[in-house]
Design a protein around this ligand. Structure first.
Ligand code: ATP
Ligand code: MG
Length: 444
């Protein structure tokens, strides 16, 4: 945030939007007061009065985001527009809802009938893989929100950007929608740069997909509500496992590579949790204030304990380990869940405590879950707003939500850094107060 300026939040445009939107034509008659969004409408980043006064006193314009929504004028002529959709990276609840929203928004709202699905992520652009593009229509997508996963398939691994843009050019695609995480969005940005270099008029729009809810400048990303809701019921089951045995300890590992939002929210939703371990808050295993001794004390007093750990927590405990990366270059974390299970088992044995330790890793079950209704609504809105932005000729952007309003952000600011839990902020303090775990489990 610190180094970003007002200019960094200005979205890129292919050119002036001069065509009357079919939505405007339709509403002008029947709903003349329907709101269309002017490009001067912006959502302020910091809504506090103190920030307002500081900016006013120093005569500085505050950081703000372009408001999303339908424009009166659009850039692309719907009858000549061809759109493509691609999904990359890991699964997240709601991807199919987003695909459905994009297809229906393009088809019914803008009369864009030429819509294609690119299969298996960015691989689908590379002819050597042989993944054909699939024609999409409301009929094809009508039931897909009833299933988890992505009907288009996904992949990881770098593909040649010039080959991707060659395909966009050859196939006469005007708008590319990318649904994916930071890798996909970084890919989207470099695709945009190559498009610009070639002087093409192709819009690229991203719908951020990160189950960890770790995108900056967005209150929430799609799939997150489903993820922690599903996680919460698994945490409840784990609590039953813990209380079902004398000195029962249950450990649930949840997603959260760098940010512990799922773990924190699942624990707040199911407040039987006694310890939440997240990447943002370091802890020691041993020593008087360390996790193992604190846990043993809890087990001794109450004869059961429930631990929720985010996958990226406690990575400092593996400092010696070799760094392993996946096909896309993401660092693969060491398995903190299995490690903790072994450490807890050994430690309690050393303390001569007869204990039963159970470990649950529900990650793939959660990732492939069907979106809950709140997420379905959110996915549909994100998709429609992505369509509005792209049709207006905005490019290299993502759709987000801030202060309950939909926004358009340039991809580079959305991927510049990750959103993390502020350990001095309200969310983490709620977790500490709900679990009763010590504020600090380090010895120095
Ligand atoms: P997840 O959150 O599941 O990791 P992701 O979108 O970050 O989702 P990745 O596998 O990291 O998933 O990336 C998706 C795709 O984007 C991969 O094919 C990857 O090679 C590509 N990609 C990532 N970064 C870039 C980049 N800078 N330039 C080009 N392609 C990239
Ligand atoms: Mg990634």
């Amino acid at each position: 945030m610190n180094d970003l300026t007002k200019q960094d939040f200005e979205v890129n445009r292919l050119g002036k939007a001069t065509l009357t939107s079919p939505l405007y034509r339709e509403y002008k008659e029947d709903a003349p007061h329907k709101e269309f969004i002017e490009d001067s409408r912006r959502i302020i980043y910091d809504a506090s009065l103190a920030s307002f006064e500081e900016h006013k006193n120093n005569d500085i314009e505050p950081i703000s985001f372009l408001k999303a929504g339908p424009r009166k004028e659009i850039y692309f002529d719907p009858s000549k527009t061809k759109a493509a959709i691609v999904t990359c990276g890991g699964l997240c609840p709601g991807i199919n809802n987003v695909i459905r929203g994009l297809v229906n928004g393009l088809y019914y709202r803008y009369n864009v009938k030429n819509i294609w699905g690119v299969q298996y992520g960015y691989q689908g652009f590379i002819s050597d893989y042989g993944h054909e593009m699939v024609k999409l229509s409301p009929n094809v997508v009508k039931d897909i929100h009833l299933f988890g996963g992505t009907i288009l398939g996904s992949s990881r691994g770098r593909q040649e950007i010039s080959a991707i843009v060659d395909t966009l050019e050859r196939e006469n695609i005007n708008i590319l929608f990318t649904i994916g995480g930071d890798g996909t969005l970084s890919g989207n940005h470099v695709i945009h740069e190559e498009i610009e270099r070639r002087g093409l008029k192709i819009a690229t729009a991203g719908i951020p997909k990160t189950i960890d809810n770790d995108v900056n400048f967005m209150t929430k990303t799609f799939g997150f509500d489903t993820a922690f809701t599903t996680a919460a019921s698994i945490v409840r089951d784990a609590h039953n496992e813990a209380t079902g045995a004398y000195n029962g300890v249950a450990i649930v590992k949840l997603m959260g590579r760098d940010s512990g939002f799922i773990a924190a929210n699942a624990a707040l939703a199911m407040p039987d949790v006694n310890f939440v371990l997240i990447p943002e808050s370091k802890f020691d295993l041993y020593g008087d204030k360390g996790f193992l001794k604190t846990l043993a004390k809890r087990v001794e007093e109450r004869h059961h304990a429930l631990v929720v750990v985010a996958e990226g927590a406690g990575q400092h405990l593996f400092e010696e380990a070799e760094v392993v990366k996946d096909k896309s270059g993401n660092i693969k974390h060491q398995d903190i869940g299995v490690f903790l299970k072994d450490q807890i088992t050994d430690y309690l044995k050393e303390q001569n405590m007869e204990a039963t330790v159970k470990y649950i890793d529900p990650s793939y079950i959660i990732r492939s879950e069907v979106a809950i209704p709140a997420d379905s609504v959110f996915c549909n809105d994100l998709a429609l707003n992505a369509v509005h932005g792209a049709m207006a000729g905005i490019t290299d952007f993502v759709v987000g939500r801030w202060h309950n309003q939909f926004t358009y952000l340039p991809i580079p600011v959305a991927t510049a850094s990750r959103k993390k839990i502020d350990v001095d902020g309200a969310l983490w303090w709620s977790v500490l107060e709900t679990t009763g775990q010590p504020i600090d489990m380090t010895n120095d």
